[in-house]
Design a protein around this ligand. Structure first.
Ligand SMILES: Nc1ncnc2c1ncn2[C@@H]1O[C@H](COP(=O)(O)OP(=O)(O)OP(=O)(O)O)[C@@H](O)[C@H]1O
Ligand SMILES: [Mg+2]
Length: 379
């Protein structure tokens, strides 16, 4: 990837290059070792820590890029096998499109069910791929064809399936077993399965009754250690003729338990607030924080307006508490005027399922620190 220059070096929401990516050298090495030795990997960590970023960083390593074809599919929004197949096929085509290989030429020959999507641009004559979800009539057949295609690849492939736990939610019942069988027969590709629902993911890979049992090496991801993150931030500030007090970085890191997305969001704002030649000071944290939370306000309002009232009041109670323990106790229910223990339980179950709330060792908290702070102050 050629170097892309950006105004603000604290890049959030996408992977640009090594330069804007903090460390993860051990994790990258670990992935390399597993993949090079023919083992698939299940990458499991809480949300917003940096799973997707790590996979993209790994795929961007020169040796990996030159030895493998790499594919990254995020299946978070998919709800059926047909959508899975569609997403995977699109990604493979998108990656191969700029390449001039014999293998690419075989795409539509092997994956015959995609042929309907093959179009020639009427002006330029260039081939394009215009497939609709409705074109996937028999997902299993198409999946077989995709895997058959991968088997013919001129280089080994690495296929990362992000938010893999989603296959458990598919309309069809047997997807886990089906995928496992197909993946097992696929010798030309290796897989990285990543997901944030620890419980669901561990269950998939670590329980003997499940199809994916012991089929992959499990790997967790911890927050980037604060001393490493500090170096990263300081050097990006210095490079752009700015300074930042060490304590600013420490405080921000601590405030969000080192969860990469939140910390990077704050650093992005703090950088934006620091003029060239200036110094980023502790006193700027509160303003940065206010700016970041307010920038999300509309999406938080939308979220709340779509939330059933019973979940909303429990969410607010958890926000006020920060980290909430014994949420079904009489004390908690009384303090926040909640209904009954069973209604709180039911609401929390849904909040957990929809990724709004997480259960940590210390109790329940709202996943999104900014949302939590916004809720606690607004209501
Ligand atoms: N090592 C890193 N250095 C700098 N920024 C990073 C790093 N890792 C992740 N990020 C940034 O932090 C944000 C969150 O990372 P990422 O999306 O990879 O997390 P995730 O664990 O996949 O989250 P989710 O479960 O929500 O998908 C991203 O916007 C990314 O730009
Ligand atoms: Mg992700």
């Amino acid at each position: 990837m050629e170097e892309q220059e950006v105004n603000n070096p604290f890049v959030v929401g996408k992977y640009l290059s090594d330069k804007y990516f903090c460390d993860r050298s051990e994790e990258t090495e670990f992935l390399r070792k597993q993949i090079m030795n023919g083992r698939d990997v299940a990458l499991i960590s809480p949300r917003r820590i940096g799973k997707s970023g790590l996979i993209q960083h790994f795929f961007n390593q020169p040796d990996i890029k030159s030895q493998y074809h790499v594919f990254f599919v995020d299946i978070y929004a998919t709800t059926s096998l047909a959508e899975f197949v569609y997403t995977l096929g699109k990604e493979i085509y998108a990656q191969l499109k700029p390449q001039a290989t014999v293998w690419k030429e075989k795409f539509f020959q092997t994956i015959t069910s995609f042929r309907v999507g093959f179009k020639l641009d009427s002006l330029t004559g260039a081939p394009s791929f215009d497939l609709g979800l409705g074109d996937i009539q028999t997902p299993q057949t198409t999946l077989d064809e995709i895997f058959a295609y991968v088997e013919e690849a001129d280089r080994p492939c690495i296929i990362a399936i992000d938010e893999f736990q989603q296959i458990g939610e598919y309309a069809e019942k047997n997807v886990e077993a089906l995928l496992r069988t197909k993946i097992q027969k696929c010798h030309r590709a290796q897989f990285i399965f990543s997901g944030s629902k620890r419980h669901v993911m561990s269950n998939m890979f670590n329980s003997p009754s499940k199809p994916f049992y012991q089929s992959a090496i499990s790997m967790g991801l911890e927050p980037i250690p604060v001393h490493i993150y500090k170096e990263f931030v300081s050097s990006l500030f210095t490079e752009r003729n700015r300074q930042i007090e060490d304590e600013v970085i420490e405080r921000v890191w601590n405030q969000y338990d080192g969860y990469t997305w939140f910390v990077q969001m704050m650093m992005n704002e703090l950088f934006a607030m620091t003029p060239e030649g200036g110094n980023c000071r502790i006193s700027m944290i509160d303003i940065a924080h206010h700016n970041v939370v307010m920038a999300q306000e509309q999406s938080y309002k939308d979220l709340l307006s779509n939330l059933p009232p019973k979940q909303k009041i429990v969410l607010q109670a958890i926000a006020k508490e920060g980290v909430a323990q014994n949420i079904t106790s009489a004390k908690f229910i009384k303090k926040y005027n909640l209904n009954t223990a069973s209604s709180v339980q039911a609401a929390v179950k849904l909040l957990l399922k929809n990724d709004l709330v997480t259960h940590t060792d210390n109790g329940y908290r709202i996943y999104d620190f900014f949302l939590s702070e916004w809720l606690a102050t607004i209501y």
